[in-house]
Design a protein around this ligand. Sequence first.
Ligand SMILES: [Cu+2]
Length: 329
Amino acid sequence: MPQDYLLKQAAWSRRKLLEYGLASLGVAGAAIAWQQLKRPTVKIPPVPPEATASGGINPMTLLRDFDYGRVTQEQGRTVREFHIQAGTSTIQLNRAVSFVSWNLNNRVPGPTLRAKSGDRVRVVFSNQGGHFHSLHFHGVHPPDADGVNPVRHGTTEVYEFDAEPYGAHLYHCHIAPVTRHIGKGMYGMFIVDPPEGRPPADEMVMVMAGYDVNDDNRNELYAFNGLPDYYMRYPIPIQKDQLIRLYVLNMIELDPAVSFHLHANFFDVYRTGMTLTPSEKTDVITMGTAERHILEFSYRYPGKYMFHPHQDAIAEQGCMGQFEVVAQA
Ligand SMILES: [Cu+2]
């Protein structure tokens, strides 16, 4: 499969060279042009200035914020070191409701960690949260890196493992009751890129959350990337005809499953992000808690388009947003 992928890319690039008349540039010139053509520019429209932080979180910033860690080489291997601190802070979910979050690096969701398949990952986890916490990563690793043992307030734990397999994964606190620790905000995405990478795209992370604001074991509010209804107030600008790659994760506890529906379009599904070719094309996909996928699409017509779970009661309690497709030069 990787060989096929590379051959397809090379054939595509050669075709483009001929199309643009670059075959006559000579070997060096063609090589430079080929590199440029191999990586077409990803167009990301400017973020509207009014889309600022609200209630302590800025979902517009979280959307495309990838943490690649501090990179070093150790014995010929790439090591990525990440620093994550557990803390407590109050976030304002809407005008009426404030919520005491337990969070990672002072944001909900926590940072989106990103590595390449085969890298060594070292996570330095410092607990300043006032309760026992831990970080449990999805992936393949030995038991001492599984993150189910409590880390006491004021202490630090180091989790170290290989980034495998490639896919759209997650991490979360695994201290009982896990429902409460996740419901309070202790989770994030862990993306492991395939060795050959993926085609250029405008990449975004969407984490769905539920908030039990009155401790009755039911969610009263829901959100994409931390804040209810944020992307309804501030639609996400995307470029017309641009490939969009969404890393979507359902972190809603207390509801068995939710779907993700995109208006006026269909998307390619890469289940758990673990394939390089899509497994299906649809406009609604259902995810249990901790399920996640890569979804790819592009929009043909400018304008605003909603996205939300098709459990409409959940959508109407905050898990709803919009893309604004713009046609720029
Ligand atoms: Cu915890």
